[in-house]
Ligand binder design. Structure first.
Ligand code: FPP
Length: 301
């Protein structure tokens, strides 16, 4: 079953992984990962997993360390998880690395540290990204980040552009409300710029702004919506992350802090996802639509 958008049913491309291709890298999984992977149905892997990485500060606090150590260890977790994702051939992995709110509300010293960490993460891991056929991309107001960070980000994109495996998208200086407002503005601008719109009354123009025309202007226009959102550290919030795109995503929350999160835990979240029934607001497989007799009884009651 696929989600229905507004009045029109949107056909989503369904990529069936099928039996393992000759290029399968499953044998590269660690033994504890392989044990979880064996419980999965490879043909029903999510196409897009998005992760809210949380708990770096608490992880450090538990060890009486400064928050910076938590972020440093969190960057290690990023690489572990990316490599497991690439080994199971996950097409899209999106990580919430730095929100607009982080940028505005955290002390400057922490923001500066996160920027330096991002740079050193990219410089230090591009080679491993290439070894793992991982392509790097970004979403967010990246133009507002320090220029030397932007230079490194561009370099990493160029270095990994030819890879065809997992696309790792880092959400940086990202905020979903801002993304949606910008997308609506862009969609309206296009409608108004279209010569066919000239002389149209506002009531005729409004229906031209649709879920599809707005979606086309989101950072994520080229990606499928996330099937699964994972949040670490037990918080039950979505924190302004991909609000439009996660309308029908399954959500998995783990108590584990991000610096302790590994590929095995990604696979466990996917196993949990595969036990769910996705209904997109419809009925489940086992629930038959009421017969006309029952319908009548329902209407009369
Ligand atoms: C949440 O922990 C995490 C962040 C604000 C930043 C995420 C950054 C990383 C995982 C490391 C660097 C990433 C890359 C891509 C190199 P928190 O500080 O909010 O933790 P707390 O809630 O326990 O205080």
């Amino acid at each position: 079953m696929q989600p229905v958008r507004g009045c029109a049913t949107v056909e989503h491309e369904v990529v069936v992984l099928g039996s393992l291709p000759p290029s399968s890298r499953i044998h590269e999984l660690a033994p504890e990962e392989l044990e979880v992977y064996r419980q999965l149905e490879p043909e029903r892997l999510p196409q897009h997993v998005a992760i809210i990485m949380d708990g770096n500060g608490r992880w450090a606090g538990q060890r009486r360390l400064q928050r910076f150590f938590g972020h440093q260890q969190g960057a290690e977790s990023v690489q572990y998880v990316v490599e497991t994702a690439s080994r199971i051939n996950l097409p899209w992995l999106t990580l919430y690395a730095f929100s607009v709110e982080n940028n505005l509300r955290r002390p400057k010293t922490e923001v500066n540290f996160l920027m330096r960490l991002l740079k050193s993460y990219l410089v230090g891991n591009v080679r491993r990204m290439n070894d793992n056929n991982v392509r790097i991309a970004y979403i967010g107001r990246t133009g507002d980040l320090p220029s030397e960070v932007q230079d490194t980000m561009r370099w990493a994109v160029e270095q990994t552009a030819r890879n065809t495996g997992t696309t790792l998208t880092l959400a940086l200086n990202y905020g979903a409300r801002c993304e949606i407002v910008n997308a609506a503005q862009a969609a309206i601008r296009k409608i108004l710029a279209d010569p066919a719109s000239r002389n149209l009354h506002v009531e005729d123009l409004l229906p031209l702004l649709t879920e599809e025309s707005l979606s086309r202007e989101l950072y994520t226009a080229h990606m499928p919506d996330p099937d699964l959102v994972i949040r670490t550290s037990g918080e039950m919030r979505v924190s302004n992350f991909l609000l439009w795109q996660i309308a029908y995503s399954e959500i998995f929350v783990t108590e584990r802090f991000w610096p302790d999160f590994r590929g095995q835990h990604l696979l466990e979240a996917i196993a949990d996802y595969q036990r769910r029934e996705r209904r997109y607001g419809g009925l489940g497989d086992g629930e038959l639509a009421p017969s006309s007799v029952h319908d009548e009884a329902f209407v009369q009651s």
